[in-house]
Design a protein around this ligand. Sequence first.
Ligand code: SF4
Length: 372
Amino acid sequence: MDSLYIHIPFCNRICAYCDFNKFLIDNQPVDTYVDMLIKELKYLKERSLKTIYVGGGTPTALNLNQLERLLSFINDNFNVSHEYTFEANPDELTTEKISLLKEYGVNRVSLGVQTFDNELLKILGRTHNFDDIYRSINHMEKIGLDNYSIDLMYNLPGETSQHIEDSLNNIKVLQPKHISWYSLIIEKHTIFYNKIKQGKLHIANSEVEGKRYERVMEGLKKIGYHQYEISNFSSDPKYESMHNKTYWKNNEYYGAGAGSHGYVNGERYFNVKPVPHYINRMKEDTNAIKEIHKLSNKEMYEEEMFLNLRLNKGLKINQFKDKYGVSLFDIYGDVIEKHINQNNLQINGEYLSLTEQGKMVGNDVFIDFLID
Ligand code: SF4
């Protein structure tokens, strides 16, 4: 077991597009939550890990005291050999919080920028603005926590192609080590979903979305970023997110906190989502697992394909046989042949991967790997 994900389910404001397990922080029992999270972490078997990722919600919504309690517990109880990431919102990342993260060994920040445009940020319901982005990055660089990723979205309501160009120009100025740039997905039970249903909000069609994606890939390549996953780019291979590659390589990991999930011994588990339920469970128990799902062979094969094919490098063909004792081509020979013929998949040495064209129609390719 190399990786651990820790969930902080609190935010200072709820964004219009968000369907994560998150709650407005006002009047929440945050101190008790941190206590119970620490209790859950105490019962994890593994103490030496390659990566820890603290996400949310927004971990930087915690106050200094809460943050320090969590950080110092992790510091005293875990040995993180490679990558220790905290997600952060630009307006919440004060110099005090950055110093605290650095003091306790955090070596990577994933900054929720989303867009550099103040009007679009308002539409998204974000609490930060353009100046907050530059200020927080400036502080991180001064304090020496300069391995940061910028998280962006495209295909936003009100977005034009010029917004993409502006983001690319800002990236050129800032030169972050890593960029995640996802297309906005309209999820059910969000403000955006309801507004679109009522005809009050519009997003571009899939043709425009495809063009934006092409421009993102091409624009980042031109300014020196290499793409290693469908939506992820780094300035150098050493800055690829090792933690997220755990997910894409379909390796196992722990999850802790309300609504988090983990993957251990071939079983995916899910913790209870609401904060009060999580706290009550943890007061009486050593974990807060709501459901454990033992993966069937079919599910394991499917996940192996969907996840590994997200990576530019793709799936190591022999690894499939080593993991499952059966040849990749015995299970998926016809599908692979079909998509190689359609120029969506390619074999490069030991790896099967999406072609440039395949990246544009990734979901159509993935669907074919579902076994009836
Ligand atoms: S800050 Fe992040 S987790 Fe919180 S509501 Fe916004 S998108 Fe969701």
